[in-house]
Design a protein. Structure first.
Length: 691
């Protein structure tokens, strides 16, 4: 198949195929071929020539054309005419909307630009439509900065403290592993292309073990499933280390040459017998011993760690401990051994550090607001410690009213009549319903972008396949036009989207023309990157501890019987909130074909817990705690372990039974490292919902 560059026009009426990339918050970052004819997408497929995509797309993204042409898509600027949250708007022209927004922003900035806050995350992972022109705009304005912590920061911080950066093994080499621990990951639903490699290893005789509180679709297809209590992953890692030491399943040479702080870690691990570990994790001592035996005696052994397990109070320490396991057995000597949580650190040194133009701050040091505490922060008054009250919010690539923790408080903050809110969006989400202006943004099929991945080691191009629908503009163009209205005359605000795409990576590392021609460029990462150490730490060693780094330990949940017995007596069930299989965070919830598959908001419960409460399969229930209550359908389907319920997310609140989703129940307390949210560190009770 011929793939044409985006700037080359096809003959009239002829089909045209361009390179694209999946923009979503997923480690697979698939390479896509989009074929268009007569202004319509006639085929959207995974690129068969890209090694990790190998022609396959997930169910969600294979329906992207349906999302693009959705009849409810926002196609003109909208101005609020009803109460905040009611979703009542009238269409206005771009000039009217941008003039008014610029006037409001100018007036607030004249007093203190830090009263203005950008709020964004990974609605697109692209460097152009993510924080390219947007970062330039907010740096020049002097607005508050956003700590983007909501998904992965605890794990990323823990991994970087251990290895020096968020680096790991190549995903394709899992196909050669003999043992794979799939830890905190429902790979079939959220990492499909890794699962392809894991399945290839399984067919070749490898053993697959799932470590997850929930019996996921992935766990069902593994040889073994260890359903540990939420928040006890660090304890399990220490228990495995105990057994590796006790049986001398260690690579002493690797430890002595390539691990800093091993003697101290050894002493801590020896305190975690299989019995102590089992009691903490809710497993049997034999399960701990058996897992350690498999891991210590099988080579090459690999760990696919994912972000679910770090969404608890001790998530950062847990990642540090698990990341040290491959060092104990010398798994890094093999290209099919080691660990993968994130590969994003491989591409960071190759990026253009000037893309976001931090120099436009001109020496100013604005305050930083944590996106995970947006509910509390929107309700805070001005103070010397906090700074000015947040008076304006510009939301793009995110839906915080649905996805941020403790959402009743988030809604209360967004409902402030004195808060000026602008939302760049494709649809009227829960957040857009609270906006003063909703600005129509282009989709991935309609704009330029450049992508890297946190799950593989390629850079990908996204070329526009279709013209923007209606009056939609790219995020970058919207911020360009706002910059012009505010009188920002620096030449960088004239850079086009294609120019920004060319600037994303340093040209000596990524040839942009080659990227456009082929669709992707592979990063120069060795097959077995740490076979002889060489970690990107100051010492070149993996770090258990150092003069500036304390020894990792198991950190219990904020909310559990051991930490808060009185709370656990009132709310005895731990709740985790993994994503519904057919949604990606809150994206795709409004795609009818996917919502029809998903059905309705669900909570999964173990049969023993349901029987103790007189509850039955299919019953409507209320899940509640001191923060609120969420109504949904009960499933007693064998996926929940005793004492734990699984509240599947993230539904839009307005599609919920009582106008809520699972984040009505989560809290805004933060993790031990990275100041990230502890979504899966949550106690609840469940009761029947009155008719």
């Amino acid at each position: 198949m011929t793939v044409q560059p985006a700037h080359v026009a096809a003959p009239s009426g002829a089909a045209r195929t361009v390179h694209a990339a999946c923009p979503h918050d997923c480690p697979d970052t698939c390479a896509i071929r989009v074929t268009v004819q007569g202004g319509q997408v006639i085929r959207l497929q995974g690129d068969p020539d890209h090694l990790t995509t190998h022609g396959a797309l997930c169910t969600k993204v294979s329906r992207y054309a349906e999302r693009n042409s959705h009849p409810e898509r926002v196609l003109t600027p909208l101005k609020r005419v009803g109460p905040k949250g009611a979703g009542q708007f009238v269409p206005v022209g771009w000039d009217e909307a941008l003039d008014d927004i610029a006037a409001r922003v100018r007036a607030i900035a004249a007093d203190d630009p830090q009263a203005i806050l950008p709020y964004s995350y990974a609605g697109t992972m692209g460097f152009v439509q993510g924080e390219g022109m947007a970062a330039r705009f907010f740096h020049r304005l002097g607005a508050s900065q956003l700590q983007r912590t909501i998904c992965a920061e605890a794990g990323a911080t823990g991994l970087a403290q251990t290895y020096g950066a968020t680096v790991g093994m190549h995903v394709q080499h899992f196909a050669e592993s003999r043992l794979i621990l799939i830890w905190g990951s429902n790979s079939i639903a959220s990492n499909l292309h890794f699962w392809t490699y894991a399945n290839a290893a399984k067919r070749a005789g490898a053993k697959l073990i799932a470590i997850d509180p929930r019996r996921t679709e992935t766990a069902e297809k593994c040889h073994q499933h260890l359903a540990l209590r939420p928040g006890t992953d660090g304890a399990l890692a220490l228990g495995l280390m105990h057994e590796l030491i006790a049986h001398d399943w260690l690579d002493h040479d690797y430890l002595s040459r390539h691990v800093e702080g091993w003697p101290e870690l050894r002493e801590r691990a020896l305190q975690w017998s299989p019995e102590r570990t089992a009691a903490e994790c809710g497993l049997s001592a034999d399960e701990v011993r058996g897992l350690a035996r498999d891991y210590g005696t099988t080579a090459p052994a690999a760990i696919r760690l994912n972000y679910g397990m770090q969404r608890v109070h001790g998530g950062g320490n847990a990642v540090r401990l698990i990341a040290l396991l491959p060092c104990l057995i010398g798994a890094w000597r093999h290209r099919a051994g080691g660990l993968l949580l994130s590969a994003s650190g491989w591409n960071k040194p190759l990026r253009n550090p000037a893309l976001g133009r931090a120099d436009l701050l001109a020496g100013r040091q604005p305050r930083s607001i944590n996106m995970s505490t947006i509910g509390a922060d929107l309700l805070r008054e001005a103070s010397p410690d906090f700074g000015p009250r947040i008076q304006a919010l510009v939301v793009y690539n995110s839906n915080p009213v649905a996805v941020a923790p403790q959402s009743a408080q988030v809604v209360q903050g967004f409902a402030r009549e004195d808060l000026f809110t602008v939302v760049l969006e494709h649809f009227l989400t829960d957040t857009a319903d609270h906006a003063d202006y909703v600005l129509p943004a282009t989709t991935q099929l309609e704009h330029w972008d450049v992508h890297a991945s946190y799950g593989h080691t390629w850079v990908l191009i996204n070329q526009p396949a279709l013209p923007p629908r209606g009056q939609a503009l790219s995020n970058a163009e919207i911020f360009r036009r706002l910059a012009a209205r505010l009188g920002f005359d620096e030449p960088c605000f004239l850079d086009s989207d294609e120019t920004l795409a060319r600037q994303a990576f340093q040209p000596e590392h990524v040839d942009f023309d080659e990227l456009c021609r082929v669709g992707w460029v592979r990063l120069p990462v060795p097959d077995a990157p740490f076979a002889e150490g060489g970690f990107p730490t100051p010492s070149g060693k993996a770090r258990a501890c150092a003069p500036d780094l304390p020894l990792p330990d198991h950190v219990r949940n904020h909310e559990c019987a051991e930490t808060d017995p009185a709370l656990a007596e009132r709310y005895p069930l731990a709740m985790i909130s993994p994503p519904a299989r057919n949604f990606l965070n809150s994206t795709f919830v409004n795609v009818k074909s996917l919502r029809d598959i998903e059905g309705e908001p669900l909570v999964e419960m173990h049969a023993e817990d349901a029987a103790a409460r007189g509850l039955a399969e299919g019953q409507m229930v209320r899940v509640f705690n001191d923060r609120g209550e969420h109504h949904c359908r009960l499933r007693v389907n064998g996926r929940a372990r005793p004492g734990v319920v699984n509240g599947l997310g993230v539904w839009w609140r307005k599609l919920g039974v009582n106008g809520t989703n699972v984040n009505e129940l989560t809290h805004q307390r933060l993790t031990d490292l990275g100041a990230a949210p502890a979504f899966y560190d949550c106690l609840v009770e469940v009761a029947a919902l009155a008719a």
